[in-house]
Design a protein around this ligand. Structure first.
Ligand code: SAH
Ligand code: DHB
Ligand code: MG
Length: 220
């Protein structure tokens, strides 16, 4: 099925994405041997459209990789907007910065290198935020903590999107010993119990296999 999902992705890209501003970033990541785990073009444009639809001026991204999704966000928020993106791996961050410059959006982006759980308290201490949109796409074991930080850096109406929350159905495994899946499951539990958030999740298929994302809105 994955081959078919991949072909349909290509069909959708061909029909609806006549120019992908982040395509050179994906190519550079591939050349550098980074893992091919950036969002698909369809998902990148979707994130960009959501950011534009809610009039987002500030986006927080946890997990930059080579800046593919960052560039889509930067497009979606326009010249006046700002993306803060957090990346633990200096090698990823270095390539991301050169990709952001090549895409002409580096002046809208602040890239923090180091573990996100170190950067997030720093952002709070600096009173950066509240953010209009938060995208969580890093080490899934920490997703519940990232959600907590997303809330602290949010206002009523902030949209929080969490990538990779289905993992080909592994999310169903209540007995899992995998810390990443525990983190994914923990996100649902936290959201279900949280009085300030309304959330849903959508399953996706693509060349990246069978996965999904959470879409949450801070309500009060
Ligand atoms: N959002 C990107 C893909 C991110 S892949 C895109 O769609 O283009 C996940 C990234 O999270 C990797 O680059 C990985 O190095 C980074 N990461 C992993 N653990 C992290 C941590 N604790 N803090 C910050 N980044 C982390
Ligand atoms: C994978 C996919 C992702 O979107 C991600 O952020 C990390 C890993 C994967 O398929 O392994
Ligand atoms: Mg992801």
């Amino acid at each position: 099925m994955r081959e078919l999902w991949s072909q349909v992705d290509q069909f959708i890209d061909g029909a609806l994405i006549d120019s992908d501003p982040a395509a050179p970033a994906r190519a550079a990541a591939e050349d550098a041997g980074l893992p091919p785990i950036a969002v698909t073009a369809g998902m990148g444009k979707f994130l960009s459209l959501i950011a534009g639809s809610i009039g987002a001026r500030s986006v927080l991204e946890i997990g930059t990789l080579a800046g593919y999704s960052t560039i889509w966000f930067a497009e979606g928020i326009g010249e006046q907007g700002r993306v803060v993106t957090l990346e633990a791996d200096p090698r990823h961050a270095e390539l991301a910065w050169s990709n952001l410059q090549a895409a002409g959006v580096a002046d809208r982006v602040r890239l923090e290198v180091g573990p996100a759980l170190d950067a997030l308290p720093k952002l709070e201490a600096e009173s950066v935020g509240p953010f209009d949109l938060v995208f969580i796409d890093a080490d899934r074991k920490n997703n519940p903590e990232y959600l907590g930080w997303a809330l602290r850096l949010s206002r009523v109406g902030t949209v929080i999107i969490v990538d990779n929350v289905v993992r080909a159905g592994a999310v169903l495994d209540e007995e899992t010993e995998d810390p990443d899946i525990q983190g994914v499951r923990g996100s649902y539990e936290l959201l279900a119990a949280h009085p300030r958030i309304e959330a849903t999740a959508l399953q996706t298929v693509s060349g990246k296999n069978y996965d999904g994302f959470i879409y949450a809105v801070v309500r009060r």
